[in-house]
Design a binder for this molecule. Structure first.
Ligand code: NAP
Length: 271
C-alpha cells in the first residue's frame, strides 16, 4: 500500500540544510499533500540508500548536497548527460516506472538572477573550482561570456575547468589582483560561517560591475558588504538557493512553486 509522497535532501552533514524549510513552505502555500525531509546519508551508505528508495513508490526523489554530488552520478540514469557537462548532480527524481534519473538545477538556479543581463562577451571572474563552480562555469559558458579569470587556492584543479567548459581565460591564485570584470562570482566556501574570509580588493572593478556571492550562511558576507560599500550591485546566495529549489520542487511535486511569495520565504530563511 502506498502512503503520502515525499522528497528529501541527503548529505553528510545535513542538519544545516535549508531545503526542508523551502519545500515545506511551498507545499503548504499550494495546499499540496506531501512531505520533504532531511536525511543523513554517509558516503558508504549512498548506494544502498538509492537502491532502497528506488523501490519506494512514495518517494519522488531527493536533492543531493556535499559530499554526494559527484558519487551519485554512478548510481542513477543520466538522460541529460550531466556527467559529460556539469559533472555534478544535485537533484534525483524517481519516475513512475521506477527508474531514477539525475539532473542539476544549480546551474539554472545560479543563472536566474542574471537572466535579464547581456553577458555575451563580458569579462567575468569566478572564485572557486569545486562543485558549485562547475555549475557556475557551465551557465556562464552558455551565456557566452568573454574572458574568464578563475581565482582558486589549487590552480591546477581550476585549469581543467576552463577547457571542460570551452572557456577562454586564465587561472590565478587567490592573492592576485582582480581584473576589471563586469561580473565577479564567489563560488568557493570562503566567507562561509566557520571558513576563512574572502579578502579581495574590489577597487579594480568598474562602477557597473555586479558581485554575486553563492555563500548564504551568512547571507550578508564580507564580500557583499565590500561591494555595497563601493556602490556595486550585488546578488546574494539565497537567490540561487531558492532558484535551484524551485526547479527541483516542480520535478518532485509536479507543480511550480507559488508566485509572489519569495519575499516571505526569504524572511523565513533569514529569521
Ligand atoms: P566544494 O566542492 O567543496 O568546493 C569548495 C571550493 O572552495 C574549492 O574551490 C576550494 O578550493 C575552496 N576552498 C575551500 N576552503 C578553502 C580555504 N580554506 N582556502 C581557500 N579556498 C578554499 O564546495 P561547493 O559545493 O563548490 O560549495 C562552495 C560554496 O558554494 C559553499 O559555500 C556552498 O554553500 C555554496 N553553494 C551555494 C549554493 C546556493 O544555492 N546558493 C549552491 C551550491 C553551493 P580548492 O579547489 O583549492 O580545494
Amino acid at each position: 500500500m502506498s502512503g503520502p509522497s515525499y522528497a528529501e535532501v541527503i548529505g553528510d552533514p545535513i542538519a544545516q540544510s535549508k531545503s526542508p524549510l523551502i519545500h515545506k513552505f511551498w507545499l503548504d502555500a499550494l495546499g499540496l499533500a506531501g512531505d520533504y525531509r532531511r536525511s543523513h546519508v554517509t558516503p558508504d551508505a549512498l548506494a544502498a540508500f538509492v537502491e532502497q528508495r528506488r523501490a519506494d513508490p512514495d518517494w519522488r526523489g531527493c536533492n543531493v548536497t556535499i559530499p554526494h554530488k559527484v558519487a551519485v552520478m554512478d548510481l542513477v540514469d543520466d538522460p541529460g548527460n550531466i556527467r559529460g557537462t556539469i559533472g555534478a548532480m544535485n537533484t534525483i527524481v524517481r519516475q513512475s516506472d521506477g527508474s531514477v534519473i539525475g539532473t542539476n538545477t544549480d546551474a539554472a538556479g545560479f543563472y536566474a538572477p542574471l537572466a535579464d543581463l547581456d553577458l555575451e562577451g563580458a569579462p567575468v571572474a569566478v572564485v572557486g573550482a569545486g562543485g558549485a563552480a562547475r555549475a557556475v562555469l557551465f551557465a556562464l559558458a552558455r551565456a557566452g561570456v568573454g574572458h574568464v579569470t578563475i581565482l582558486n587556492r589549487s590552480p591546477l584543479k581550476a585549469m581543467g575547468l576552463l577547457a571542460t567548459f570551452g572557456l577562454k581565460g586564465e587561472v590565478v591564485g587567490l592573492d592576485s589582483s582582480l581584473p576589471p570584470v563586469s561580473l565577479l562570482v564567489n563560488s568557493s566556501s570562503l566567507g562561509m560561517t566557520g571558513q576563512p574570509p574572502l579578502d579581495l580588493d574590489l577597487s579594480p572593478l568598474p562602477d557597473d560591475a555586479i558581485v554575486y556571492d553563492l555563500v548564504y550562511a551568512p547571507l550578508q558576507t564580507g564580500l557583499l558588504g565590500a561591494a555595497e560599500a563601493r556602490g556595486l550591485d550585488t546578488v546574494d546566495g539565497l537567490d540561487m538557493l531558492i532558484g535551484q529549489a524551485a526547479l527541483a520542487f516542480e520535478l518532485f511535486f509536479g507543480a511550480p512553486p507559488p508566485e509572489g511569495r519569495d519575499d516571505e520565504l526569504r524572511g523565513l530563511l533569514t529569521a
